[in-house]
Ligand binder design. Structure first.
Ligand code: NAP
Length: 285
């Protein structure tokens, strides 16, 4: 039986489209596991971009505790909230809005979704700094990855189809963090061999591009076993992940990014430690 009462606080995700989102199941299962499903409930709404301002007003008026923003609202929502966390400002996107007694504060948890699984795989934050990272792409996922990694002390290069966008991201990082970042076009994809962690932030491997991989297989695998992190989570195993596996590289699925950004978000909304196992199970179904 539902435990929702007049005191239950609401969190929700907005996007366009949003029906495919696993956030409601993931957060509601976590509330239940912690026995706080009388305190919180998580729903979803399909919202057109021109209505985001009204939604933010609604969050204030209704006292909604958390507003998760997915495509295409992560940039638009920034115009209407009261405060933006420094790293979200650097990345230029907010996916998490916390309503703190009427003050709306925006965060970005995507960077954590990239950095945390890598940090765990390399053995901690100190070891993290000793790695050279290649980010493929210069869009939303790549920006979150690049700022997250540089903030954590990793050395980064950016490789993107459109060189100007790679350069723009590198310049932004330099401006905010005072760190030099190399920017290259995909014609220089062989530069990945000098890096030991590679993050794919392009859609090569999903949808119509499902048969493609951003890295020729000759650059994967031995002799220096890399970590290959594909942000794509549908399909779970992309061509890149399969080829990296075959070559003996270590791999991180896009589902880990989705999970870890969600764990961080759960903690921001509830102030409690997220139940990782329960949330992972929902994503693995
Ligand atoms: P985005 O902002 O549109 O950026 C896409 C990037 O990929 C751009 O740098 C673009 O290069 C490049 N690209 C697009 N098509 C390409 C092609 N055919 N060949 C080479 N490069 C191409 O997209 P996004 O939101 O960052 O999403 C990128 C990927 O991240 C998607 O696969 C998405 O599923 C994934 N993602 C995963 C999570 C997660 O939680 N796991 C979260 C967010 C995103 P140009 O600059 O040249 O256009």
């Amino acid at each position: 039986m539902s435990k929702i009462t007049g005191k239950t606080k609401m969190c929700m995700i907005i996007g366009d489209p949003v029906e495919h989102s696993l956030s409601p199941q993931m957060h509601n299962a976590a509330y239940k596991a912690l026995g706080i499903d009388d305190e919180f409930v998580f729903t979803a709404a399909n919202v057109r971009i021109e209505d985001v301002e009204k939604v933010v007003e609604g969050v204030r008026v209704l006292g909604i505790r958390g507003l998760t923003c997915t495509m295409p609202h992560k940039v638009e929502v920034m115009k209407y909230i009261d405060e933006i966390d420094p790293i979200a400002k650097q990345i230029g996107a907010v996916n998490t809005v916390v309503n703190d007694n009427g003050k709306l504060i925006g965060y970005n948890t995507d960077w954590y979704g990239v950095v945390e699984p890598i940090s765990q795989m390399v053995g901690g934050d100190e070891e993290f700094k000793n790695n050279k990272f290649a980010i493929l792409g210069a869009g939303g996922a790549a920006k979150a990855a690049a700022f997250g990694i540089v903030n954590k002390g990793g050395q980064v290069i950016i490789i993107n189809r459109t060189l100007d966008k790679a350069k723009e991201l590198a310049e932004n990082i330099n401006e905010y963090l005072g760190v030099e970042v190399g920017a290259y076009s995909t014609e220089e994809i062989e530069r990945v061999v000098d890096c030991n962690v590679i993050f794919n932030g392009t859609p090569l491997g999903m949808g119509e591009l499902i048969d493609q991989s951003p890295i020729p297989s000759e650059y994967l695998g031995k002799p220096d076993h890399k970590i290959i992190f594909d942000s794509i989570y549908h399909p779970k195993e992309t061509r890149l992940i399969k080829e990296a596996d075959r070559g003996g590289d270590f791999t991180i699925f896009g589902l880990e990014m989705l999970l870890y950004q969600g764990l961080k978000q759960f903690e921001l909304y509830t102030g409690r430690k997220a139940p990782e196992k329960v949330m992972r199970k929902i994503l693995s179904k």
